[in-house]
Design a protein around this ligand. Structure first.
Ligand code: SF4
Ligand code: SF4
Length: 83
């Protein structure tokens, strides 16, 4: 399975990114242009570190709900540009 970052709740603090042992949390933008993060479900191992690190209640779910995440950038390299 995979954890989910809820785009409508995420506030873009990015505390989750450095604690992910799989390096599978990346930055992206919502349709409104807000900078948020999303989980690459193909690499997430359900360790829970992101949920523990996130200061925003409800921003990280311990279930896979892809419809709640912001889409990955069309060009994956853009995720690096947002760093
Ligand atoms: S999931 Fe939490 S820690 Fe990660 S960017 Fe969003 S608000 Fe910040
Ligand atoms: S549950 Fe663990 S592996 Fe999955 S995104 Fe969060 S920190 Fe990364």
């Amino acid at each position: 399975m995979s954890f989910t970052i809820v785009a409508s709740i995420c506030e873009g603090h990015f505390d989750c990114i450095p604690v992910c042992p799989e390096e599978c949390i990346h930055k992206t933008r919502t349709a409104e242009g807000l900078l948020v993060t999303f989980v690459d479900s193909t690499k997430c191992t359900d360790c829970g570190a992101c949920e523990f690190a996130c200061p925003i209640e409800g921003a990280v779910l311990d279930v896979w709900r892809p419809e709640l995440q912001a889409p990955a950038p069309l060009n994956p390299l853009q995720s690096i540009w947002f760093e």
